[in-house]
Design a protein around this ligand. Structure first.
Ligand code: SF4
Length: 269
């Protein structure tokens, strides 16, 4: 066994690494829990995360023909999301569908792991669906996110396990996000050029991960990720001491509401 092997690359840990190398180390390689201490409005954050997780559970249960009414009674917000879900007929998907589809693959001395909320194949056109329950839903950020890049790449690189052994061409793949809060869909088609660029970007990220590991994962979040979007990093007391922590924790922060679902969560999108 390779003792220095990194955790599988996920969109969550790649996003974290891009924000701060130290946060990546503390979150994914140390024995410290995440979050180390609650940041901002912890109660609102936990509630939003709870509802997001319940919504994903309801989708999965409905796909297995289970009754979800009890689960939905947890909250009016959950009901509203579910009604929007039904209005879109997402409960009756066409074609061939996989839920919570996991795809792991070796790439560039490391492994990639993606967990797709729903994978759908209609006549050779493949859509990776992701349900977003947070308030933030910005097309530009989604398009540039590691989730969009990693999921489409993984499917083009190793999607043959879903396709009777046949590779899935990049041009047949689309990443689609649906916002439960805004009832809006954003689609991101793929192509060979973007596939090649993503492969290079992932290899570059792997190289940077290896360099950072050799350097002991220096702090790079100072001035940015420590207080990203007014959301203080939970490791501030470790890195900046209690004075820095008090300064940042005093600032206003609102939860974005998307569930934290290891190993493939994304705290930023
Ligand atoms: S407090 Fe700042 S430097 Fe420390 S892990 Fe968090 S983002 Fe990185």
């Amino acid at each position: 066994m390779n003792a220095t092997r990194l955790p599988p690359l996920s969109y969550s840990n790649l996003t974290t690494f891009a924000a701060c190398q130290k946060q990546y180390e503390l979150r994914y390689l140390s024995a410290l829990g995440w979050p180390l201490i609650p940041a901002g409005d912890a109660v609102a954050s936990e509630e939003a995360e709870h509802l997001g997780n319940l919504f994903h559970l309801a989708v999965e249960q409905r796909a297995n023909d289970q009754d979800v009414s009890l689960l939905l009674n947890e909250s009016p917000k959950l009901h509203a999301w579910w009604l929007a879900f039904l209005r879109n007929r997402f409960d009756r998907p066409q074609g061939h569908v996989w839920h919570e589809a996991r795809l792991g693959l070796p790439f560039g001395d490391e492994r990639i792991l993606v967990v797709m909320d729903r994978l759908q194949n209609i006549d050779g056109q493949w859509t990776v669906w992701d349900w977003k329950t947070g308030r933030q839903f910005q097309r530009e950020a989604l398009g540039k996110s590691w989730q969009t890049r990693l999921y489409r790449f993984a499917l083009a690189q190793a999607g043959q396990i879903f396709n009777a052994g046949e590779p899935i061409p990049p041009a047949a793949i689309t990443m689609a996000y649906w916002s439960a809060e805004h009832d809006r869909i954003e689609r991101f088609p793929y192509d060979a050029e973007a596939y090649a660029a993503d492969g290079q970007a992932i290899l570059l990220a792997i190289g940077k991960l290896h360099v950072a590991r050799t350097a002991g994962f220096p702090m790079t979040g100072l001035g940015t990720a420590c207080d990203a979007k007014g959301r203080p990093c939970s490791f501030v007391p470790l890195c900046l001491g209690t004075t820095g922590a008090n300064d940042l924790m005093a600032e206003t922060w609102e939860p974005d509401g998307d569930p934290v679902r290891e190993p493939d969560d994304d705290p930023f999108v």
